[in-house]
Design a protein around this ligand. Structure first.
Ligand SMILES: [Cu+2]
Length: 484
């Protein structure tokens, strides 16, 4: 399959899906060619980075050009790279008509800097600016993104191009790789449909401890789907290939910057040695044939380049690769068409990266039950945490220094990547399997599944918890933890 075929198939998928709302391709307007520079504020020290939130065009492929909102006219936004412990000042300029929030995902930062309206962070006002200042920690692959509520507006928040990598380098990185690449998975031109998004449905082999005895007879409501996919800003085959040499070790920083979709990706003929989940080194690195990654999650993996050729790194589903979800990996002096090889069937299981070992007894166990209220034919699904849509009334309270076990009961037929702000949690159990040592900020609770995590309450301040699927978060699936 050549580059042109891939692009054409991408279009065929779009037309087949009946989205029919793509804008025609056109030349970049002169205004977009020059990226205006922003001077730091006169008072105080200069900002380390400036991000300008503004409308922009993104060329996913020749003749596939979309308009979106991005950071500094780049998708992903500029790579922000800092040292652990560094004081960082990021000046954010908002050239749009609406308030925005920039969330520093996976960092230990105070509530007023975290970029969440629910925690009381002030917005970046429309046509205004705001400086975010924080100490960069903990080390690892972090990211930043819009945390604005979108509700029914599929051109706001996580549906836009407002996302970027934030790398916090550890002082003791052994650097056992020859090349480092940053790959963000994205979907574009979202629309609403009642068609089930099969990549999120239950694996029939899962134990499903939370499955009710009788299925919910109510018809499902609208969910967000999308006809176009990309890695960074390019559909499969449209951008420059990832160029490698035989014998190299490539460190891949994978980020799922999607607003809605869990993905499974593989690199044809190669395997991934997973070394970190959500930027945190795992106790037991393991070699796997594919990576499952949910919105909000990051996976760091090393690939040994030991099979010369031209290969596709892409989604396991043919339909997703045809719609753009992939990138060509090209060895030096290899020019043949890119090949796709499906990895051997296996399951993604966080617990293989953990270790065995006891956990200190928690001071308190907090059960959180997630349920769907199906919206029916023309409605949006709503989401309940312990029987209520957000907001709750002081139901979730931490005492500073306390050790908590959060037990997530997913009584819905979707998998949910649940995220906690400003803290990390340690996975202790997934569908009855125990594990230890896996530190995450986002964890997929499988459909009808159960997960338990431990957390030490050592970051005083309001703390937002939510499903990282934008529509679920906007329609009830969030909760606020307060410190007593
Ligand atoms: Cu969800």
């Amino acid at each position: 399959m050549n580059r042109r075929d891939l692009v054409r198939l991408g279009w065929a998928t779009v037309i087949g899906a009946g989205a029919g709302k793509l804008r025609p391709a056109f030349a970049q307007s002169p205004a977009l060619r020059q990226v205006p520079t922003v001077e730091p504020k006169a008072a105080g020290r200069a900002a380390d980075f400036t991000l300008r939130i503004a409308p922009m065009m993104v060329e996913l492929a020749p003749q596939v050009v979309l308009s979106t909102i991005g950071y500094s006219n780049q998708i992903p936004g500029p790579l922000l790279r800092v040292r652990e412990g560094q004081r960082v000042a990021v000046e954010v300029v908002n050239d749009t008509d609406v308030p925005e929030y920039v969330h520093w995902h996976g960092l230990f930062v105070p509530s007023d800097v975290d970029g969440a309206e629910e925690e009381g962070t002030p917005p970046v006002p429309p046509h205004g600016r705001r400086r975010y200042q924080f100490v960069a920690r903990p080390a690892g692959s972090r990211w930043y993104h819009s945390h604005t509520e979108a509700m029914m507006d599929l051109h706001r928040g996580a549906y836009t191009g407002q996302f970027g990598f934030l790398m916090i380098d550890s002082t003791n990185d052994p650097g056992l790789y020859d090349q480092e690449v940053f790959l963000a998975l994205r979907e574009w031109e979202p629309y609403l449909t009642t068609m089930d998004q099969d990549e999120q449905s239950a694996d029939p082999n899962d134990p499903m401890p939370e499955k009710p005895a009788t299925p919910d007879p109510r018809p499902n409501g609208l969910e967000v789907a999308a006809p176009l996919y990309s890695i960074n800003d390019k559909m499969l085959g449209a951008g420059e290939p990832l160029r490698v040499r035989s014998g190299q070790r490539i460190l891949i920083h994978l980020l799922n910057a999607s607003a809605s979709q869990i993905r499974r990706v593989a690199l044809s003929g190669h395997s991934f040695q997973v070394i970190a989940l959500d930027g945190n080194i795992v106790p037991t690195p393991q070699t796997v044939g594919f990576i499952e990654i949910a919105p909000g999650e990051r996976v760091d993996a090393i690939v040994e380049m030991n099979r010369p050729g031209v290969w596709i790194l892409g989604d396991l589903r043919d339909v997703a690769r045809r719609a753009g979800m992939g990138i060509v990996v090209e060895y030096a002096d290899q020019k043949q068409p890119a090949q796709w090889l499906r990895p051997q069937k296996a399951r993604w299981d966080y617990t293989i990266f953990g270790k065995t070992g006891p956990h200190p007894a928690p001071d308190q166990t907090i059960d959180m039950v997630f349920e769907k209220v199906p919206g029916g034919l023309h409605g949006i699904n709503h989401w309940l945490v312990n029987g209520k849509e957000y907001p709750h009334e002081r139901e979730f309270v931490f005492r500073q220094g306390g050790r908590y076990r959060l037990v997530f009961h997913n009584r819905s037929d979707d998998s949910h990547p649940v995220h906690i702000h400003r803290h990390l949690f340690e996975l202790v159990e997934l569908n009855g399997k125990s594990t230890s040592g896996i530190k995450k900020d986002t964890v997929i609770v499988p459909a009808f599944g159960r997960a338990a995590v431990d957390l030490v309450a050592d970051q005083p301040g309001l703390t937002l918890f939510h499903c990282h699927i934008q529509q679920h978060m906007d329609f009830g699936f969030k909760a606020l933890f307060r410190y007593a």
